[in-house]
Design a protein around this ligand. Structure first.
Ligand SMILES: [Zn+2]
Ligand SMILES: [Zn+2]
Length: 218
């Protein structure tokens, strides 16, 4: 099975071009993956017409570029998911995202992208290649998922996710019943933000409210 290796090499080629603005070369492959299999993997990629060689330079074909973009997209979305939703620390995030990306099929990738509100950049600040879902979302003028702070009094929404990195804060919010899926209504914004959840009214600090993402009920 060279498939995960191929994805890894595609990812490296793409990142190399992104970072240095030039093509990767044949000898780099054995630095990226186990040199024992580097040649076999490259041969496989040539056979599958993902790349072709120009002297010792590796050139992505249209198919190869498309596939590489998908791998990058999955990787960077996985990073966002791990960081924003699961609040995983930076060093763990890097290795987990690499493992994770290989398990994401198109459907799951689209769901994650939509859940995260079609993010443009990964936590490292690099661009996430957009998918079809992102193009479609652009046409909708009102974003589906937005920060609780952006709602106006009287507006109703459901909690989509909470991005806070502070676990105690997250625990406190969930113990108050503020969980993904909870329906809320903005009661007032001045002098303090107060939201209504069922029978309960809850005053929230601005910096907490900023971390709470909601989906508007239309
Ligand atoms: Zn990243
Ligand atoms: Zn998207």
């Amino acid at each position: 099975m060279t498939e995960p290796k191929i994805e890894e090499v595609l990812e490296h080629i793409w990142t190399h071009e992104e970072e240095f603005g030039k093509r990767a070369s044949r000898d780099m492959v054995s630095q990226w993956i186990d040199p024992q299999v580097a040649d076999a993997v490259l041969q496989d990629m040539l056979r599958q017409k993902l790349v072709h060689m120009y002297n010792s330079l590796i050139v992505l074909t249209a198919t190869g570029r498309k596939e590489a973009e998908q791998v990058i997209r999955r990787h960077r979305l996985a990073e966002r998911l791990l960081k924003d939703i699961l609040a995983v620390k930076h060093d763990t995030m890097d290795s987990s995202a690499c493992e994770f990306e290989h398990f994401l099929n198109d459907e799951v990738t689209t769901s994650i992208c939509t859940l995260l509100g079609h993010p443009v950049r990964c936590p490292h600040g690099k661009l996430i290649p957009p998918g079809e879902c992102c193009q479609r979302a652009k046409k909708i003028l009102r974003p589906l998922v937005l920060s609780l702070l952006e709602l106006t009094p009287g507006e109703e929404a459901k909690v989509a996710y909470i991005t806070t990195e502070h676990h105690p804060r997250l625990d406190r919010l969930s113990s108050m019943g503020l969980l993904p899926g909870t329906a809320i209504r903005v009661h007032q914004k001045q002098p303090t933000l107060v939201i209504q959840m069922g029978e309960t009214q809850l005053a929230l600090d601005e910096d907490i409210a900023r971390d709470i993402y909601v989906r508007r009920s239309h």
